[in-house]
Design a protein around this ligand. Sequence first.
Ligand code: AMP
Length: 218
Amino acid sequence: MSASAHNLVLLGAPGSGKGTQSKRLVKTYGIPQISMGDILRQKRSEASTLGKQLDDIMRSGALVPDEVVIDIINDRLQQSDTDGGFILDGFPRTVGQADALDHLLERIGKPITSVVFLDVDETALLDRLTNRRVCENCGHEYNLKFAPPETSGVCDQCGGNLIQRADDNEETIRERQSVFREKTSPLIEYYTRKKTLVRISGDSSLDEVFDLIQKTIG
Ligand code: AMP
C-alpha cells in the first residue's frame, strides 16, 4: 500500500449518491470502484442457480446473504488493482459484513482510511429513485427530474437504451429503506467508534458533495 492510498467505504441509504460519487472518485484518484450491486446484477444475469436466487432476493429489496457477498469481496480485494486504493460502494451493509471486512483488510494489509457516510433526507430519496433511469449499455445514470437525458429514453454518452431498475419501484424502495434502517444504519455507530466515519450531507448538488468528500479524505 502506498502512503497516500485511499481505501474508502461509501455508506448511505439507497439513492444517496454512492454510485455517482464513486465514479467521480475513480476519475480523480485513479482507484477502482467496487460496486457490490453491480457485481450482483452481473451474476444475477447468468443462467445459474445462484443467478435465479439473486434475482428473487434483489427484486424483493432484501439483502443477499452475508456469506455470498463476503466471498465476493474476499476475491475482489485480493486483486492487485486495489493495492493503490479502492472505493467500496454498497459494501458492507451489515455488522457481520463489516467484521469480516475488518479481518480481511487486516490480513492483507489494506486498512480502511475513511468511511464516508452520505447523509440524505429519506423523502428526497424516494423521489430520486423513482425518477432514476440507467443506461443498459454503459451504466450512466439519469434522473428524469434533475438530470434528464437530451433525448427521452436515449443515453447522451453512448446512445444506449435507458431502463428503470427492477428494484426502483415505490414498494421495493420502501423495503430497501427499511432494510437500510434496520441492518445497515448500525454501521454509522460502528465506524464512529472506530473513528473512521466522516458524515457528509448528501442533500446538496453533486459538485458540492464531491468537493466536501475530497476535502475530508485529503
Ligand atoms: P445497490 O445497487 O447498491 O442498490 O444494490 C442492489 C441490491 O443488491 C440490494 O438491494 C441488495 O439486494 C443487493 N446488495 C448489494 N450490496 C449488498 C450487500 N453488501 N449485502 C447484501 N446485499 C447486497
